[in-house]
Structures are given as structure tokens and as C-alpha cells.
Design a protein around this ligand. Sequence first.
Ligand code: APR
Length: 237
Amino acid sequence: MKDIQNIVILTGAGISAESGVATFRGPDGLWEGHRVEDVATPEAFQRNPALVQNFYDERRTKLKTVQPNAAHQALAKLDRTWVGDLLLVTQNVDDLHDRAGSKRLLHMHGELNSAWCLACDARSRFDGVMAAGPVCPHCHQSGGLRPDIVWFGEMPYQMERIELALARCDLFVSIGTSGAVYPAAGFVQTARYHGARTLEMNLDPSEGSFHFHESRMGKAGELVPDWVEQILSHGLC
Ligand code: APR
């Protein structure tokens, strides 16, 4: 047990599962129905832009039908209340942390509701259908927008800021991620090298489960609110 001032939290698809957003791996996972190479690489987009646009358009449309759950709400409460440093790094491209009210939040794998214009390089908020070839609000060209999603082979966003926060944190918490995709899967080791306590909350042990000081197995919607109450009342983990 140690005093906690600075917290870094990593979330993955598992935190949105109870809201009805599909995870990636596992029997009903998104990658069961699609080959990653067909929809989540820059090469796939060059080869068959319509297929890739449809895949993300469907997910963006689905986003309008789901709501943040108790785990997103609890992390937003922690963000509002915690006086120390806090950084919530999500691998999720949904907007459920944003809608729950988290502010100290970073989307390392991009966002469904963001468009990246390949003609002028600008990013803009986007909640429509990209396959229709909409116009970029910055350069007014049509057909140049791609989903602002970090695909396999591309560099996740804001790695420098994340690495700094990991080096400074006293507590690293991983929620609802299989630990199958780097660099996020390596965050637990970086935090440990720098002396942080490490905790995972997941339905099943993640691939890097043995790296954590403590693992709590169960649903994020139950585990996360309990943990937030615990840390807010005791400041301890
Ligand atoms: N509560 C907690 N954990 C859950 C729940 C739940 N209700 N439901 C599922 N999980 C766990 C699963 O047991 C699994 O370990 O969430 C994890 C989800 O793992 P993945 O589907 O692999 O999702 P994630 O780890 O976020 O994937 C990482 O891979 O392809 C990509 O870019 C994509 O950001 C994504 C990255």
C-alpha cells in the first residue's frame, strides 16, 4: 500500500462492452467478422476505400445508439474529484468517456467522430457518413476524408505525453483490454520500471496479466465504480 498522487488509466474495448459496443477479440469480437488486414491498415484503405469507409461508418452510426455505462461514469467522477495528476488514455475510438464527462482524456488510437483530410491534413469533428464523400470543412475538397483512426502500422497519438505521464505516475490502472496490441500493452512495464503500483481490471486475465501487482477479474461496470469509491475515500490502492 502506498500514497497515490499521480494516476494513469488505460482503457480498452472491454470498458464499453456493457454499453453494447463490440470488442475486437473473442467470439463476438469485431475481428471475428473481418480480417484486420482488410479494414484496419492504410494498405486496406488504398486497396478498397469503400469497404473500409463502410466498416467505420457502421460503427459511427452505432455509436449514436449507445450510452456511457457505470464504469465510464465512475472514471469521469474520479476526473472531476481527483486533485493529483490524472491521465485517462483510451484505446477506444468511441466517445463514451467524452460523453460521460472525462476531461483529462486522450484517444491514442484516434476517434470515430473525427475526420482526417488527406488533401489538406486537417482534422475536423465528423458524425456523418464518410462513404458519401463529404467535403472537408477546411479545404472544401470532397472525397479526401479518411477516418481519424490509428490503423495497424501507424503511430498512436501523443506517445510522448503518455510516456511522460507513465514515468511520473504512482499508480497505473488498466481496464478492459486484452493486452494484445503494443505500445499500449507495454505501458504496465514502463510504469513498473518507474516504480508505480499497477492494477488491472478485466473480465479475463489479459495477455500481460502477470506484470500487474494486482488483478481484479469481473465486469468493468461493477469493478470500476467500487475501485473509484475506494481510491476517493482512502487515497490508497
Ligand atoms: N468488463 C471488463 N472487461 C471486459 C468486459 C467487461 N464487461 N467485456 C470484455 N472485457 C475484456 C475482454 O476479456 C478482453 O480482455 O476486454 C478485453 C477486450 O479486448 P480486445 O477486444 O482485444 O480490445 P482492446 O484490448 O481494446 O484492443 C486493443 O486492438 O485492434 C485493436 O485498435 C484496436 O484499440 C484496439 C486494440
